[in-house]
Design a protein around this ligand. Structure first.
Ligand code: SF4
Length: 410
């Protein structure tokens, strides 16, 4: 599958341009980078598409096997892709079973949502239509962050495009849209269902924002969405936000307090009152939010400067140095043989340990693993981790963790 040509206002970047309307034109002038992850994703998508076509359309075994073998010969092929695309296919089959009669299924469907977003187009991984329901599914091969289908603008734009594309065949029969995102490597499967009426109303509601983003008269609005922006390191607006820590310039460490302030702090402590000069819990909550963006921004600056220096572009005040490295044998087998010849027993030299649970599951495949050893698998609550109140995960419950034998300091 050749790399997809992207629209200026692509569906996949919709959560960014809906929040920062200046981003599309700003990014336009910056070089596009392609990563190993993107290439892996492209290959996994090609395998997924082939499996969907084999399952839901007419394709001979010979054609299927020859195309699959060709894909498996690509340098970036990993057997895990076979398993994750099988899981995706399994999910699509489950979706198909929800229809009263076999739905129409198509893979890699080009859709046009330009009625809502100027020059908007994209590709849906799978479209399924039957009865009154349009179902679109997006396969994501990445295992960075789980992406939820709930209220997801990318999925909604694809759905608007799919409605338009299939309107000549299905007319007004479609009343409902089900949108799913499958991320098998993260074990994340999410779905959102809305009526066609709600979807179209949403499309109308974003029209002015899309126009603004397209026109080049948008506003820079930094936030979490900067993470995937091509200009994330060089964007002045993002840098501006991160200097907002200056708002907290008054929150100085105790050692820098004036003698009077120190005196009033001691007095407050003696009377059991909260000492002045300490950050309040509200301030700490706020600083954690600002700090999070600051840390991410700093990492992006580091990445930018490292790439620039590697490409011979100077970054004033900075240079590259060799990082820490570990010693290694040039020929491990020969070295171990020499150690044994020196009188050391093989049992002392080699450590025998089983593969991890995840490696064993990968080796056996999800289903056989579940059948053979599923009863031995437990998933204790993870260590408590700080998250923003808006995080979708349930709040950590220390009592439940203790009950399951895992304490917070385990
Ligand atoms: S880095 Fe953030 S603020 Fe700057 S253009 Fe990109 S999305 Fe907008």
């Amino acid at each position: 599958m050749p790399p997809e040509k992207h629209a200026l206002l692509s569906a996949s970047s919709a959560s960014r341009w809906l929040a920062c309307t200046a981003a599309p034109r700003f990014e336009e002038g910056l070089p596009e980078s392609t990563s190993d992850y993107a290439e892996e994703g492209r290959l996994a998508h090609a395998i997924a598409e082939l499996k969907v076509l084999k399952k839901f359309t007419i394709m001979t075994n010979r054609t299927y096997n020859s195309r699959l073998n060709k894909l498996k010969k690509e340098a970036r092929y990993d057997p895990e892709m076979d398993k994750t695309t099988d899981l995706y296919l399994e999910h699509l089959l489950e979706q198909a079973m929800t229809y009263n009669s076999p739905p129409t299924v198509a893979a890699e469907v080009k859709v046009d949502f330009a009625d809502y977003v100027p020059e908007g187009f994209g590709t849906c991984d799978c479209v399924m239509i039957g009865g009154d329901t349009l179902c679109i599914t997006d396969y994501k091969h990445g295992k960075g962050v789980p992406v939820s289908a709930e209220g997801n603008p990318q999925m909604r734009l694809y759905a608007l495009g799919a409605l338009k594309r299939y309107a000549p065949i299905f007319g007004d029969a479609i009343k409902k849209v089900r949108m799913s995102i499958d991320q098998p490597r993260l074990d994340s499967y999410t779905t959102d269902t809305i009526t066609v009426e709600e979807l179209r109303a949403w499309g109308e509601s974003i029209k002015p924002t899309a126009q603004k983003a397209f026109s080049g008269l948008g506003e820079f609005v930094p936030g979490d969405h900067c993470r995937f922006c091509r200009g994330k390191a060089q964007c002045r607006a993002r840098a501006g936000v991160n200097t907002a820590l200056e708002d907290f310039a008054g929150c100085v460490p105790a050692g820098s307090l004036s003698p009077e302030e120190l005196q009033s702090m001691e007095a407050a402590k003696a009377s059991g009152m909260e000492a002045p000069g300490l950050l309040t819990d509200e301030e700490i909550g706020d600083l954690l939010v600002r700090g999070k963006l600051l840390v991410q921004w700093y990492k992006d600056l580091e990445e930018y400067a490292t790439t620039a220096l590697l490409n011979g572009k100077p970054i004033p005040g900075w240079k590259l140095v060799a990082g820490r490295s570990d010693r290694a044998f040039t020929d491990q087998d020969a070295a171990l043989k020499a150690i044994m010849e020196a009188g050391y027993d093989e049992a002392v030299i080699y450590e025998r340990k089983p593969l991890t649970l995840a490696q064993l599951e990968k080796l056996m495949g999800k289903k056989p693993f579940e059948e053979a050893v599923g009863g031995y698998v437990i998933k204790p609550p993870g260590k408590p981790k700080l998250a923003e109140a808006s995080d979708k995960r349930e709040a950590y419950n220390p009592a439940a963790a203790d009950f399951s034998g895992v304490s917070s300091d385990a």
